[in-house]
Design a binder for this molecule. Structure first.
Ligand code: TYM
Length: 332
């Protein structure tokens, strides 16, 4: 039986953090055995903010190295750079013909960017969800492991697929968000303000490249409060976030101890953070060390990118030929 097709990508806009790891990469690693996986560095998506050309390569190689260090095996999956697969921008162009200004302007991530950078509202930013749909549809993927923040983009990818199918012929499956326990994850920033992010709030974001001391320092400064005043109180979201991080990295019996202390109103957040800091440092350490090693071996990373691009293009070229034919773009 053929395996289900999976696609996901990460923008090369900075260092990867715990949100990227738990929201996406951890699922990639679990999927690589039983699915036909295409994972990529979304370097075109990083261009909307006009990064320094000198930094692009380092950023792409770092994302690649951090994915491999997290457990992705380039022999088992296609691991590639988006810009190495020209069929993606071609499909993007085709899909753009059925993507409407009104719907694109309504996308919350677009509206956020307009608010943050009113002087850089470029067409690439507006059509970001169309490029993302092309990334996914180019392999006719059915499952897309992403964090909660990408759900809206996935809904748009399904809309574009439906629209194409309705206009021409049934061709693209409708891709669905995927996560192993059926619950998409959102890791919040340690100060409780919004999600953990590559580009904002570095002091409250734990990066996979952070050393033990920095991880401990950041966690010890994470937002807490005076503690619950009644048994079994509802947790504020920033406390819930600490428990989530603990659940993801510490032993279950440790989490149980602190949860029961919380429920009995005798939790000491200082102790909890100390434990979490230890466990998190131990968790990140092997990933950081392996990624640093890999980044020194440029020849290996280049080979991996080339091999990934070949696998990705083999699948992408079949899809683009099919889409062109259905649209009538086949003249000889
Ligand atoms: P990006 O680069 O912002 O993030 C990469 C992945 O990490 C997840 N993520 C989070 N999950 C939980 N908590 C957080 N704080 C957090 N921050 C990031 C994201 O959900 C994502 O899965 N547009 C995408 C990249 C992309 C893509 C695609 C993804 C381009 N084309 C096609 C899937 C399929 C993005 O900017 O992700």
């Amino acid at each position: 039986m053929s395996k289900e097709i999976v696609v996901s990508g990460i923008r090369s806009t900075g260092h990867l953090h715990l949100g990227n790891y738990f929201g996406a990469i951890q699922n990639y690693v679990m999927m690589q055995e039983n699915y036909d996986c295409y994972f990529f560095v979304a370097d075109y998506h990083a261009l909307t903010t006009h990064p320094d050309p000198k930094e692009l390569k380092t950023n792409v190689f770092r994302v690649l190295a951090e994915n491999i260090a997290s457990g992705l095996d380039p022999e088992k999956v296609a691991l590639y750079a988006q810009s190495d697969v020209p069929e993606i921008p071609e499909l993007y162009l085709l899909l753009n013909m059925s993507a409407y200004k009104g719907e694109l302007e309504k996308v919350p991530t677009f509206k956020d960017k307009v608010r943050q950078h009113p002087d850089n509202v470029n067409a690439g930013l507006l059509t970001y969800p169309v490029l993302m749909a092309a990334d996914i549809l180019i392999h006719r993927a059915v499952k897309v492991p992403v964090g909660k923040d990408q759900e809206q983009h996935l809904e748009m990818a399904r809309n574009f697929a439906q629209r194409f199918n309705g206009r021409y012929s049934e061709f693209f499956p409708e891709p669905q968000v995927f996560r192993f326990n059926n619950d998409t994850v959102k890791i919040m920033s340690l100060d409780g303000n919004g999600k953990m992010s590559k580009s904002e709030n570095a002091n409250n974001t734990i990066f996979l490249s952070d050393d033990d001391d920095l991880i401990k320092k950041k966690i010890m400064k994470a937002k807490t409060d005076a503690g619950p005043t009644e048994p079994n109180a509802v947790m504020p979201d920033y406390i819930q976030n600490l428990f989530l991080l603990m659940h993801l990295t510490s032993k279950p019996e440790i989490v149980d101890i602190y949860r029961s202390q919380y429920n009995n109103c005798n939790i000491r957040y200082g102790d909890m953070k100390k434990q979490l800091a230890e466990d998190m440092a131990a968790f990140v350490r092997p990933i950081r060390e392996h990624a640093a090693e890999l980044q020194k071996d440029e020849a290996l990373l280049k080979k991996i990118l080339k091999q990934g691009a070949e696998k990705a293009r083999a699948s992408a070229s079949v899809t683009i030929d099919g889409a062109r034919k259905l649209m009538g773009i086949n003249y000889y």
